[in-house]
Design a protein around this ligand. Structure first.
Ligand code: PLP
Length: 376
């Protein structure tokens, strides 16, 4: 059994993916070719934004988004303590300072109360200017954008949605990648919509920001003369071959994959509810299930269950074993566990189970039978 079975997906989509790749090779239009333009158009339409700017990976997407708003030295950028490093490193990479807030243990997403406390603390210290929030749609469920928008407005902050794991998720009728001022996603192979290498995208409704991003991802080139650079940019474009892989995968995602992962999540929850703490999806929210993450009673129970699953041929992952405040890269900040009680709990008790749209109910039945035998 695989944690995220990319072979099964390839088998289902092989003719289209192979044809797409071959066409790119025939065209020799390897950089920003037609499939990239087509993908940008389709993705923007799907998520409900005016512009999509494809780029090299999700980390670059976040960095470019912050750059496009001139976030830099002296600015505080707030994000969740429990996430993948890029949600926090993006601020540091533009010279700003990353500030962490605790999470809500039921959704694993940033806790608005802790966030507001951290903002107030930064204001009181008076050294940094609160500038942006980078909320993460962790494990596929959008962050609490209603509350976050209220806080952003109150303190005059911009919101950069980190939807690297959230593509496809919804709140009401609104899709992930359309929340806040600007949104970023990743096409890393294991994400809800993944390519065959690195890839990412930025979404915005702002024409000027979109134009600036198209320049920034291509060395800072002028839109009219590519050898006249209007500012210092980077090189971060999506390969045409990756766009050709993503197009059929995106169509499968909207046709049935998003529905299927929700079915798989229901199969898990039906069997595990009351035995372990199953993931909470808030009323009116839809998750794209980047991960199906349960909580055990304590670290001992989590670790022994992971071992038992492994003995039975079932892969599982600990997303994440450390909070941002516990990373070596942020050791100089001298942050305390006591400010991040929920994130610390999550690191000790979380376990992510195999999850992908091609799982069968028998797979879930088998995984859950091992869990039920182990947890009393
Ligand atoms: C994967 C991920 C990223 C970064 O994406 P890459 O394409 O790997 O650079 C950013 N934020 C979160 C929450 C992620 O899971």
């Amino acid at each position: 059994m695989e944690f995220r079975d990319l072979h099964k997906q390839y088998e289902a989509l092989k003719p289209e993916i192979d044809k797409g790749i071959q066409e790119v090779i025939n065209s020799t239009s390897f950089i920003l070719g037609k499939p990239v333009i087509e993908l940008e158009k389709e993705l923007a339409e799907y998520v409900g934004r005016k512009h999509c700017i494809a780029c090299g990976n999700g980390t670059d997407a976040l960095v470019l988004a912050l750059k496009a708003y001139d976030v830099g030295p002296g600015d505080a950028v707030f994000t969740a303590d429990f996430t993948y490093i890029a949600s926090a490193s993006c601020a540091e990479l533009v010279g700003a300072t990353s500030v962490f807030a605790d999470i809500d243990l039921s959704t694993f997403n940033i806790d608005p109360v802790s966030l507001e406390k951290q903002i107030e603390k930064i204001i009181k210290e008076g050294k940094l200017r609160p500038r942006a929030i980078v909320p993460v749609d962790l494990f596929g469920q959008p962050a609490n954008f209603e509350e976050l928008e209220r806080i952003a407005k109150k303190y005059g902050l911009i919101i950069v949605e980190d939807a690297a794991q959230g593509f496809g998720g919804m709140i009401g009728k609104k899709r992930a990648c359309s929340f806040g001022d600007i949104s970023c996603t990743s096409f890393f192979p294991a994400k809800p919509l993944g390519c065959y290498g690195d890839g990412g995208a930025i979404f915005t409704d702002d024409d000027k920001i979109a134009e600036r991003l198209r320049s920034l991802r291509a060395g800072g080139k002028s839109p009219v003369d590519k050898y006249d650079n209007i500012e210092i940019g980077t090189n971060s474009r999506l390969d045409t071959i990756q766009a050709a892989v993503l197009l059929p995968k995106f169509h499968a995602f909207i046709d049935y994959e998003l529905k299927n992962v929700n079915k798989v999540a229901d199969w898990y929850t039906k069997r595990l509810k009351g035995i372990v703490i199953t993931p909470t999806v808030l009323d009116g929210y839809l998750s794209s299930w980047a991960q199906y993450t349960i909580l055990l009673k304590n670290k001992e129970e989590r670790d022994s269950l992971q071992l038992k699953l492994k003995e039975n041929g079932i892969p599982s992952m600990i997303y994440y074993p450390r909070g941002m405040h516990q990373q070596q890269a942020f050791r100089h900040l001298n942050l305390n566990d006591s400010d991040y009680p929920n994130a610390v709990e999550a690191t000790k008790r979380c376990l992510s189970l195999p999850m992908h749209p091609y799982m069968m109910e028998e797979d879930i039945e088998y995984i859950c039978s091992v869990i039920l035998k182990e947890i009393k």
